[in-house]
Design a protein around this ligand. Structure first.
Ligand code: DAH
Length: 356
């Protein structure tokens, strides 16, 4: 700050003005410093330099004042102006420092819940459970296409062209010999054609058939499984599938293998478990509508991979054997959650889905 104006300019400005100027000069730095917001600072500045401001009032007397006094007044005016600018800058810096030092976003906090979270679809829950069990048993997941060649869906699996067995799986045909796969067994053909034994794969996926009633949906899900190696027998099939059924439904679940027919397995077996609906505390099954009084419920199809299927995929059937199985995911879900109509699983009604 420059030297004292009253001395610089002589103290003959005229008593009132001189005293007022002195007081203003002495006090404006503290007044500016006391303003904690920009608005307060501007208000304070206006009280001094505004239209009706204290210094403005003095300036109005300027014409009458001697030259030294004018200089003194102007010096104070410039000091006030500089002081105001400096105080503005100080406030801005303080604001910026506060911004920089504050932590407005704590990235470690959990997010705010804007809408209620949903959960996995029952089909996904069950599919993941099935995959978990087979992963534990050493099977790897293999993917396959949903639009498939007739060859991979039927022919190489031992369905002769136009054979009545293909009627078991009425299909949606597209063009150029393609169809929506009717089962995940197409992945057997693809994996066995591209991998050399030993192999153990599961293939979860969506499949399609021209079916539509309380136990059939035109779109549904399967998990295929197959294992090929030297010396694989029906004993391995029974061991793996018993383990699977008991991990899913409990260690005391009875499992039975019932002769069946599939074009791509020989021998073939359907696997039943003791009915989960009429099981009594002592383990007996009394028979109910769900198991049609038998006490048994079918959970999957299986068998030893037919040698012709192995050969169709370029695997030496003299050297290698294998077993395969196909699980209906909806079937497992229905048994688990007691859903009366398979199609309800795909209507996406929250009143149903919220119950899983
Ligand atoms: N692909 C059969 C179906 O969709 C299920 C099946 C049965 C798969 C036996 C298999 C098997 O791999 O060995 O009905």
């Amino acid at each position: 700050m420059s030297s004292h104006p009253s001395r610089e300019g002589g103290s003959d400005v005229g008593g009132g003005i001189d005293a007022a100027l002195e007081e203003l000069r002495a006090k404006f730095p503290a007044r500016f410093a006391a303003a904690t917001t920009e608005q307060a600072l501007r208000d304070e500045n206006a009280k001094i330099l505004g239209k009706k401001g204290e210094l403005t009032a003095i300036l109005k007397e300027l014409g009458k004042a001697p030259p030294e006094a004018r200089r003194a007044i102007n010096v104070v005016k410039q000091e006030v102006e500089r002081g105001f600018e400096a105080a503005l800058a100080t406030l801005a810096k303080a604001r910026r420092d506060a911004d920089l030092n504050a932590r407005p976003y704590d990235l470690t906090l959990p997010g705010r819940l804007l809408a209620p979270l949903g959960h996995k679809h029952p089909i996904s829950i069950v599919r993941e459970e099935i995959i978990d069990v087979f992963r534990d048993l050493g099977f790897a997941v293999h993917d396959g296409p949903e639009v498939e060649l007739e060859e991979n869906n039927f022919t190489k699996l031992g369905f002769p062209p136009d054979h009545p067995a293909t009627d078991m799986q009425d299909s949606f045909w597209t063009t150029g010999g393609h169809l929506l796969r009717t089962h995940t067994s197409n992945v057997q053909v693809r994996a066995m054609s591209t991998h050399a034994p030993p192999m153990a794969f599961i293939a979860p996926g969506t499949v399609y058939r021209r079916d539509n009633d309380v136990t059939h949906s035109p779109m549904f899900h399967q998990v295929e499984g197959f294992l090929v190696d030297e010396g694989v027998t029906f004993a391995e099939l029974k061991g793996v599938l018993t383990e699977f059924a008991q991990r899913l439904y409990g260690g005391d679940t009875p499992v039975r293998f019932r002769p069946s027919y599939f074009p791509f397995t020989e021998p073939s077996a359907e696997v039943d478990i003791g009915c989960v609906f009429c099981k009594q505390p002592d383990g007996r099954r009394t028979g109910c509508a769900m198991c049609k009084g038998s006490g048994w419920i079918e959970i999957l199809g299986s068998g030893m991979i037919h040698p012709v299927v192995l050969e169709n995929c370029g695997i030496d059937a003299e050297k290698y054997t294998g077993f395969a199985f196909g699980i209906g995911v909806e079937r497992v879900a229905i048994l688990r959650y007691r859903v009366p109509d398979i199609r309800m699983l795909f209507e996406n009604d929250p009143r149903l889905l919220a119950q899983f």
